[in-house]
Design a protein around this ligand. Sequence first.
Ligand code: KIV
Length: 290
Amino acid sequence: MSLQNSLKRMTAPQIAARKGGEPIVSLTAYHAHTAALVDPHVDFLLVGDSLGMVMHGYSSTVPVPLDLMIMHGAAVVRGSTQALVVVDMPFGSYEESPQIAFRNAVRVMKETGCGAIKMEGGAHMAPTIDYLTKRGIPVMAHIGLTPQSVNMMGGFKTQGREKKDWARLEGDAQAVANAGAFAVVLEGMAELLAARITKMIAIPTIGIGASVDCDGQILVLEDMLGLSPRVPKFVKEFGNLGQAIENSVKAYASEVKSRQFPAREHVYAMKKGEGLEEAPQKKAVPRAKK
Ligand code: KIV
């Protein structure tokens, strides 16, 4: 990635400046080719640690290693040119101390070329957000349902549906904003509370399973494309790629079996002058039906 390329991209301050303005559009991306397809239509691409579940078959994001995030982050940067790329800090790579978080975030920034990192956690992560942002690392915060804490929450539980929890969650939002986060993801949060927090804090809120009143929205790409086996309530499927893939694979298998594929246009003829220019035409030989 050239420096010029990185300077043409959307930046964290530009995202922050969208508070209360045109809604911020974002999606996850894990590889170069999907990043290239999504890039022209979004303000930022999130290389979420959800890739552990979506791409690698883990049952939570807890096992995801830092090196895996770096590998996918670099691929998404290579595949995109205009969106800000935000890379998730995985579980265990930032909670211990601001210094360890800084060291690992520096690796992510240097080795992927991304423009910002994201970390889960509210008030208790504020000192770390302050430490990183004062040292040149733009931080997107993430509060509400924080999937890395699945073992503490006892499952993926929607937050803020009881009023008694509002003060704590509002405190989290205020703390990460005051600490210097340029935006905050509100995940799996009661709609009324997400709307209240959006009014209350000075940085953009990015909703997922939150509220249409958030300053922006994010979804996991595979969920909204209809590629995921389980569709949470907050996901709208804007496509049905799962079905399209299945149909294409079935058609391929059938053409391989009936020798319709590869056809003449998919094979290489001999060079002229070899006396063998006319590559023998393979006849499609349908297999006898069982
Ligand atoms: O990991 C992820 O994809 C995320 C989004 C769901 C916000 O954190």
